[in-house]
Every structure is written in C-alpha cells, then in structure tokens.
Design a protein around this ligand. Structure first.
Ligand SMILES: NC(=O)c1ccc[n+]([C@@H]2O[C@H](COP(=O)([O-])OP(=O)(O)OC[C@H]3O[C@@H](n4cnc5c(N)ncnc54)[C@H](OP(=O)(O)O)[C@@H]3O)[C@@H](O)[C@H]2O)c1
Length: 311
C-alpha cells in the first residue's frame, strides 16, 4: 500500500511516498481501507518537531495523521461490534501514532464509530479530531446557559464548537475575519466579532468561558473579558505556570486540554451528525498526491472548516 512517511522534521523536505505491507489488525483492531483523511494543525506541528512528535519520534516508519473515514476490510479476533463492510470514521490513537496518511489503516475498534448514512466520507473524515476536541472541552467545562467566547470560530475546531455550544444552551460569541462573518453566523453564533476591525476586549465582557485557539496575546487579553470565577481553555499548546497564574487576580482558571480518542465521544458525534445538530464544513478536497498542498493550506492558518485528502 502507499503511505506518506515523515523522514525529516520541518517543512522543507516533502513527506516521502513509500510502499508498505498492508498492516495486520491486532486482536482489538479493524483494518480500514481509507477513503478520506483530514488534516489538522497538529499534523503540521508534529511534522515540525512539535505537537506530539516527542511521543512518536522513535516510530519507524513515522506516518502522520489521525482522522479517518473508510470501510472495514478485516477484523481482529477480539473485535465485538464492527464487521467487514462497515463504513466507519474516527480519530485513531491520538495522542499516539495514528498512521492515517495511508491507503490502509489498522485502528482500535474503540476509536471508531459507524459513519452516519446521511453524510459523505469527506464529511465524516472532517468530523473527528476537531469535533472531538470541542465536545471534550465543553463536556468538562461548560454549564447550561453559559456565555462563551470562541476564538477562530471559522476554523476546524471553532466551527464545531459554535454548533455544539448552542446544543449546550450557551450564548455564543465568536471571532472571525470579515470574510467568515456570515459563515460563522450561519453556524449559530449569537455575536460575531470581526477581529480584523474590532478589538474583542471592547466588544464583549463578563463571559463565563473562553475557548482559545490562538494562545499568545489573544489568550492573555482574553482574561480581561472573563467574569470573576470564569474559565479559559487554551488549545494550541501546553501553558507556562506564569500564564496559568495570570488569571488568579480574578479567580479565572486557565487550562490546556488535550483531545483523546474515545468510543463514547465518537458515538455522540455520530448521533449529532445523524440528526444534523452538527454539520461539518469541508472547504477543500485534495487528491492523495496533493499532500504538500493540503499541508500548506492548513499551515496558512486561514482554513474555513476542514480540508480532507482522498486515499
Ligand atoms: N489541545 C488539543 O487537543 C487541540 C485539538 C485541536 C486543535 N488544537 C489546536 O487549536 C488550534 C486551532 O485548531 P483548528 O483546527 O481550529 O485550526 P484551523 O482550522 O487551522 O483554524 C483556522 C481558522 O483560524 C482563524 N483565525 C486565524 N487567525 C485568527 C485570529 N487572530 N483570530 C480569530 N480567528 C483567527 C481563521 O479564520 P479567519 O480566516 O476568519 O481569520 C481560520 O478559519 C491549533 O493551534 C490546533 O493545533 C488543539
């Protein structure tokens, strides 16, 4: 089978297209014939020696990617719920070695859900790591009726987060540039702040919760608009003690949270996709041999919704 290997950390050297044996599923795994995978910023970070690189750098061959949709073509001896022919999607082995940039992927049964019949494999591949992240953050931190500021509402995590925050009964404020204002409104945001024109700290105040997708200055300034006793979860990277302490003067808790593969959370996402309570947005669809173009798009930081790659 064809797969993409990371040979050298950095963006200069292209990922190498290699020929590998089709993997054998372990007893708790299924073998998936990949239809589509999606790309996340963590793929790029890991490629550059950041992200989860430290956890998987000794793997060989090192194959990036965690988000998959495809068809089960073989099952391990201890697999209970999935069978050959099932169409499945999920986030495989995150934050470990997902090995998804490949024509076949062996994945634990309990990292997957059955693909809803009303969505395409493109849409399913898009509704994995980004959707799970928003869901896991909100389950842990959001209360019904909270007001929430979602930075980067037009991105992969943000576009799911807006829709899910509405399901959780929140009042949703989101930041986006002018070109994405209508898109973000259509997802259900009650207020959109065009961050290119307006300082968000002047456009909202006393929110219960901030979902920070930007870190740095955006994270620091977000403390100003959280109410006393409120919370911020920052996703881009781990936080220094200095940052964590910086909310203490108003009792604002600031945490980093890392998404993890979960069968129960995939089942919830599948249910919401089936009932159309969440609708994924796939802005671009790349061919397998266009992996470098796909990486460049995500690296731009300007992707609307998700991009996917066919296998
Ligand atoms: N900790 C975890 O488990 C976890 C999980 C998922 C993601 N993450 C991290 O969370 C971050 C976001 O991930 P993602 O997948 O949502 O990224 P993404 O899809 O690449 O985000 C792109 C979006 O960011 C928006 N954007 C860029 N600059 C902005 C700014 N200054 N203010 C507001 N919006 C801005 C863009 O909208 P405009 O074009 O309108 O500017 C674009 O739509 C990344 O750092 C990622 O690694 C962490």
């Amino acid at each position: 089978m064809k797969a993409y290997q990371l040979n050298k950390v950095g963006l200069e050297e292209p990922l190498q297209l290699i020929e590998l044996e089709i993997p054998q599923p372990k007893e708790n795994e299924v073998l998936i014939k990949t239809k589509f995978f999606s790309i996340n910023p963590v793929d790029l970070k890991t490629r550059m020696g950041l992200g989860v690189y430290g956890r998987i750098k000794t793997e060989s061959p090192l194959i990036l990617g965690w988000d998959i949709s495809g068809e089960v073509v073989a099952i391990g001896s201890q697999v209970n719920d999935l069978k050959v022919g099932d169409e499945v999607f999920g986030m495989v082995n995150f934050p470990g070695h997902g090995k998804v940039y490949a024509e076949y992927v062996s994945a634990p049964e309990d990292h997957l859900a059955i693909k809803p019949g009303n969505i395409s494999h493109e849409e399913a591949a898009a509704s994995t790591l980004a959707a799970m992240t928003a869901y896991q953050v909100f389950v842990k931190n959001l209360n019904i009726g909270d007001s929430v500021l979602i930075h980067a509402g037009a991105g992969g995590v943000g576009h799911f987060a807006i829709q899910m925050a509405k399901i959780f009964g929140a009042h949703v404020i989101a930041t986006a540039s002018s070109k994405n204002e209508d898109f973000v409104k259509s997802l259900g945001a009650d207020q959109v702040i065009d961050y290119t024109q307006t300082d968000f700290t002047k456009a909202c105040h006393d929110v219960d919760f901030v979902l920070d997708m930007m870190s740095g200055d955006v994270l620091v300034r977000s403390i100003e608009i959280v109410k006393n006793g409120g919370k911020i979860v920052s996703l881009p990277s781990g936080l220094s003690n200095e940052i964590k302490e910086s909310g203490k003067h108003k009792n604002v808790q600031i945490d980093f949270q890392l998404v993890e593969s979960s069968v129960a959370d995939m089942a919830q996402i599948a249910a919401w996709l089936t009932s159309k309570k969440i609708i994924p947005h796939v802005s671009q669809n790349f061919e397998f041999n266009e992996i470098e173009l796909a990486h460049r798009q995500v690296y731009s930081g300007k992707t609307r919704g998700k991009i996917v790659v066919s296998a």
